[in-house]
Design a protein around this ligand. Structure first.
Ligand code: FE2
Length: 314
């Protein structure tokens, strides 16, 4: 299944959202308010747990009385590092709401999604680049494709604005001026996020609506970057995750061979609601069992003892 089929199949008049931008390699929707609220409530419960996490003890007094996501984004603009507490069961509930949306968008019925990143990635992006992050080779403020950082070529980027200063702190997406220019989008040849300025003439900055509830699906070949305004004293809260149009167990990706495997990696897409993290894990291990018998055990990321300890021990 190709990424092009993914974009061809997307429902352009879903019930869950309104289509804002319709281009061959990118579709942008405005999510309905009730769905946005359900997702925001779950995200807020993760934020509350994170505020109470000892890892964020230094910020507890500042954040303890926070009652909304907007308030959180106002208070955290100069917090360099805020740890998101991985309450897997809440992330499962988020995933289940996203699945309802994907059903409505027709990409589940058409059997197009084969894998899905879990957990979704919550990002609280400051108006300044945090000092500790400035020299990171994968600084997302540089034009990049996630494929450069070792993600599989068959990913679809998914991005949802949730709260905060979205107007000044946003995802800039580049679109090819001519379709053939897309082939100049660097794919696997770069291993860090270079400025790639020689490529920029071939692309235009995509003009799109930036506000909460805006849900974006784009081909991972579209170059993009984080844009911020350091004069603003607020953060932007968003969620991103990646979908796979290929079976995540079809190929062995290098990042599965690392001794420490983060939970935020690709899982086989399960069309059923999952209810709890334990049932999700059991389902995945069932899928992996015959595969692991055929291939070397360490190739299967969830069968990796490091990952099992990590996930079961939270
Ligand atoms: Fe990216």
């Amino acid at each position: 299944m190709s990424k092009q089929n993914f974009f061809k199949t997307l429902n352009l008049t879903p019930k869950c959202a309104t289509l804002l931008t319709n281009k061959k390699y990118i579709k942008i929707y405005q999510l309905n308010n009730n769905l946005l609220e359900s997702l925001s409530d779950l995200v807020f419960s993760i934020i509350k747990k994170s505020i109470n996490d000892p890892k964020n003890a230094a910020h507890y007094d500042l954040l303890k009385s926070t009652t909304t996501l907007e308030e959180f984004t106002l208070k955290t603009y100069n917090i360099a590092q805020f740890f998101v507490y991985r309450d897997y069961d809440i992330f499962i509930k988020i995933e289940d709401i996203l699945k309802d949306i994907y059903y409505d968008l027709n990409i589940i019925d058409s059997n197009i999604i084969k894998g899905m990143e879990f957990t979704a990635n919550l990002k609280n992006v400051q108006s300044d680049i945090p000092e500790a992050y400035a020299n990171n080779p994968y600084l997302t403020d540089k034009v990049h494709s996630d494929i450069w950082a070792g993600e599989p070529a068959s990913i679809i980027n998914v991005f949802l604005y949730l709260a905060g200063d979205i107007q000044n702190n946003f995802l800039e997406i580049l679109y090819p001026k001519k379709e053939e220019n897309l082939k100049f989008s660097p794919q696997n040849q770069l291993d860090d996020y270079l400025e790639a300025t020689e490529m920029l003439d071939l692309f235009s900055i995509l003009d799109y609506t930036k506000q909460k509830g805006v849900l974006i699906f784009f081909d991972s070949l579209l170059p993009h970057r984080t844009r911020r305004d350091a004069t603003q004293k607020q953060t932007r809260l968003s969620m991103d995750l990646r979908l796979l149009v290929q079976d995540p167990y079809e190929n062995i990706y290098n990042h599965w061979l690392r001794p420490y495997i983060p939970s935020g990696k690709y899982w086989a897409f399960n069309t059923q609601k999952q209810l709890t993290y334990t049932s999700k894990l059991e389902n995945e291990l069932k899928i992996l069992d015959p595969i692991c018998k055929q291939k070397r055990l360490e190739y299967c990321h969830l069968a990796n003892p490091y990952t099992n300890n990590l996930t079961k021990g939270n």
